[in-house]
Design a protein around this ligand. Structure first.
Ligand code: GLY
Length: 418
C-alpha cells in the first residue's frame, strides 16, 4: 500500500514538475522567437524616423513617425527583450530607438504622449544604469507629462483625447472626446509626480480615472469607446464608438485598456475602489460568453449579434468570411490580469493568473506566434487596428508584441516567486 502510494505520489510529482517546466518553457521559446524576429526587424528597419507598426500588403514593414501613437512600442519591446536576455546588443538597440523619439516629448496634438514616452523612456529609466542617461531621460519624461497636461481642462476634469472629430453616423461633431484608451497615459503622470514631488500630475490622473469610471462604463462594466463632453460644463454629451462595432458594443481592446488602466490606478494609489473596478471590468472580459475557448477575443465582443447595429457600412465593407481575433487585446488583457492577480488572494488570484496563463499559452501556439523569419519580423499574428476604418485587419501590430513581451516577463517573475 505504502509502496503503491509512493509510486502514485512520484508519478504525480513528475507530472507536476514536467507540466510546470513546460509552462515556463513557452516563455523561453517565445523570447527565442522574439530575438529572431526583432533581429530581422532591425535589419529591415534602419530608418530611425520610421517606427515599426505593422505590415504593408507586400509584406514590408510599415512604420510611423514620432507624432502618431504606436512609436514607443518598438523601443519598449527592445527593452523587454534586453530585460529577459541581458544581452547588451538589445540594450544598444533599445537606447538607439528610444533616443530617436526624443522630440515626441512635445506631442500635444492628441493624448497619446503617455503611451509613446512611458513605454519607451519609462522602460529606459527602469533598466538603464548610467546616471547621466537616467537624468536625461527623466527630464524628457517630465516634459512629456507637461505636454499631457496641456490637454487637461478643469471644467471637464479629463485629458481630452482628440481634437474635433466626426462620429460615424456623421451627425455628431465631437468637441471634447475622451476615449477609454486614455487610461494608459496615466502611468506617466504618476511617475513624474514621484520624480518631481509635484502632485499636480498625479491629481490629474486621479481626476481623469474617476470621471472615466463614472461615464465610460455601462451597468455590466463593459466600456463605451468614446465619451464626448461639453467643454464648458463637463456634462456628458455622447457615448459612442470609433473603433468598435456599434455604440452599444464592447470593443475588445478598449475593455483591455480599462482592465490595465484601473489595475495601474490601484497600484499607484492603493485606493480599493480602483481594485474593485479593475476586477469588475476584467470579469466582464473573461466571463463573456463570446470569448473564444482559447481566450483571445474577437476584435469586438458583439460583432454580428442581434441588438448591435453599426453606424458604418459593416456589411459592405466586410470582405472576410470569419470574424478576426485581436491578439493585441489578448496580450494586453493577459498582462493586466497578471498584475491584477498580485493584488488579490485565494480563488480570485488563481482565476486571474490561470486565465492570463491560458491566454499566453494560446498566443505561444503556432496559431498566433510567428514562425521565425516570417510575419515581417513581428512576433504575433492576428490583430486588428480598426475594423470600421478598414485599417489593419488581421495583421501583426507592434503593440500586440509589446504587451505580449511584458506579460511574459510578468508571468516569468510570478512563476519564479511561486
Ligand atoms: N489607442 C488606439 C488603439 O487602441 O487602437
Amino acid at each position: 500500500m505504502l509502496k503503491n502510494s509512493l509510486i502514485v505520489g512520484s508519478i504525480a510529482l513528475v507530472v507536476a514538475v514536467s507540466s510546470c517546466s513546460s509552462k515556463q518553457d513557452f516563455v523561453k521559446n517565445d523570447f527565442d522567437v522574439a530575438e529572431k524576429q526583432y533581429d530581422l526587424m532591425l535589419k529591415q528597419s534602419t530608418d530611425l524616423t520610421s517606427f515599426p507598426r505593422t505590415t504593408n500588403a507586400d509584406g514590408s514593414v510599415k512604420g510611423t513617425d514620432i507624432w502618431d501613437w504606436t512609436q514607443g512600442f518598438f523601443p519598449g519591446g527592445l527593452w523587454y527583450i534586453y530585460e529577459y536576455s541581458q544581452d547588451p546588443k538589445w540594450k544598444a538597440a533599445a537606447e538607439k530607438w528610444t533616443e530617436a523619439l526624443e522630440e515626441a516629448k512635445f506631442l500635444t496634438q492628441h493624448h497619446d504622449v503617455g503611451f509613446v514616452m512611458y513605454c519607451s523612456y519609462g522602460n529606459a529609466v527602469r533598466l538603464e544604469t548610467d546616471t547621466a542617461k537616467i537624468n536625461k531621460y527623466n527630464k524628457i519624461l517630465i516634459q512629456s507629462a507637461e505636454s499631457a497636461l496641456t490637454r487637461y481642462y478643469d471644467n471637464v476634469g479629463l485629458i481630452k483625447s482628440w481634437n474635433d472629430k466626426m462620429s460615424w453616423d456623421g451627425k455628431t461633431l465631437w468637441k471634447y472626446p475622451v476615449i477609454i484608451d486614455n487610461m494608459m497615459n496615466l502611468e506617466l503622470l504618476f511617475y513624474v509626480s514621484k520624480l518631481t514631488g509635484d502632485p499636480k500630475y498625479r491629481n490629474v490622473a486621479i481626476s481623469h480615472a474617476d470621471k472615466t469610471m463614472k461615464n465610460h462604463f455601462r451597468g455590466d462594466y463593459s466600456t463605451y469607446h468614446v465619451v464626448d463632453y461639453d467643454a464648458k460644463t463637463g456634462e456628458v454629451l455622447h457615448q459612442q464608438t470609433n473603433q468598435g462595432y456599434a455604440d452599444n458594443s464592447t470593443w475588445s481592446r478598449g475593455q483591455g485598456w480599462a482592465m490595465y488602466g484601473y489595475t495601474l490606478m490601484y497600484r499607484e494609489t492603493k485606493d480599493p475602489k480602483y481594485l474593485e473596478h479593475a476586477k469588475k471590468v476584467s470579469d466582464f472580459f473573461i466571463n463573456h460568453p463570446n470569448l473564444p475557448k482559447d481566450k483571445i477575443p474577437y476584435w469586438d465582443f458583439n460583432v454580428e449579434q442581434a441588438g448591435y447595429t453599426p453606424d458604418w457600412d459593416y456589411k459592405g465593407q466586410n470582405k472576410l468570411n470569419y470574424i478576426p481575433r485581436d491578439a493585441s487585446a489578448g496580450s494586453l488583457a493577459a498582462s493586466a490580469l497578471l498584475e491584477l492577480s498580485t493584488y488579490v488572494d485565494g480563488a480570485e488570484k488563481e482565476k486571474y493568473f490561470r486565465t492570463a496563463e491560458e491566454m499566453l499559452e494560446s498566443l505561444s501556439s503556432k496559431e498566433y506566434l510567428a514562425d521565425p523569419g516570417t510575419n515581417s519580423g513581428f512576433i504575433l499574428k492576428h490583430s486588428v487596428g480598426s475594423f470600421p476604418h478598414n485599417n489593419e485587419i488581421d495583421v501583426p501590430l507592434i503593440y500586440a508584441d509589446y504587451y505580449f513581451l511584458e506579460a511574459l516577463l510578468r508571468y516569468n517573475k510570478l512563476k519564479e516567486s511561486k
